[in-house]
Write a protein that binds this ligand. Sequence first.
Ligand code: CA
Ligand code: CA
Length: 327
Amino acid sequence: MTEKDQLKNNFNSLNQEKLELETRVTSLRDELKNKTTKQACFSISNEKKSWSESRKFCRDRGADLIIINTEEKQRFISSFVKERVWIGLSDTENESNMKWVDNSPLNQGFWVKGEPNDDFGKEDCIELRPENPVLNNWNDLPCSEKRKGIYDYYENSNHRNIMDTPGPQRHCQDEGRARKCRGRRCLVLMTVCLGLICVLLLVFITLYITITAERDLLKSYKNTVEEFNHTINSLQDNYTDLMTEKDQLKNNFNSLSQKKLELETRVNDLSAEKSQLQRSVDALNQKKLELETRVNDLSVEKGQREVLQRSFDALNQKKLELETRPR
Ligand SMILES: [Ca+2]
Ligand SMILES: [Ca+2]
């Protein structure tokens, strides 16, 4: 996998996480909004019953024994409870493994000093004893003991039937205080979430810039490679052309060499022919000189004959004169 693919995968993963966190923030915001619009109320039953019966009384009305999972709630409950009451905590299933009625484990307990002691191995249900200090008033005791039960619900929730039940004392947490506290938590939560979103956005932007730079670099590399390939192709074409030209020149050279040999042969033939002709010319010149000599001789002989002819003619003339002279 190339570095670019890895960066792309990381980017997609972070983007997915960012979307999930945004969804979570929206969900939490809605949840907080819903909760802050409700009024948290608590009721205490009138009758003392065993832990299980008290719980059944509550569950029959769509609620359950109270779960106290914050110091704030512990302080608030303790502020109005005037007698010992059951809360929604027990270790009936596994000894020393305290669980709330929604099966969540106990994270923070507000025990009376020395408790829970599981006295005689029979104490599995938890009561709140208001006579003890606010943050140290829980005790385990046998579940069969009779106590009133304390329940919580939201004023505008489906648990309305509890407050409709005649008899139980109702106590609602001050709405403004609840909203203020929840608003503070909400503010902290929102700040944390916004911080996370900012960090993710920063990572997102950094990755985007990195990926863009990588992409530009790769594009530049790609262009360079394309130009290089283009140059190589051009050089290959030139090389092919030059090789073709070289072959043509080689063929021309061979052809010219062949022609040169033929011409040399022809020159040799002509030289031989010229020598032969020269010899013929020399023979003809010799013969011409002989003929000229012969002509000269004949001319001389002709002159002599003319002289003789004129002498002969003069003699004939003299003879005729002599024959015609009277005797
Ligand atoms: Ca126990
Ligand atoms: Ca005890």
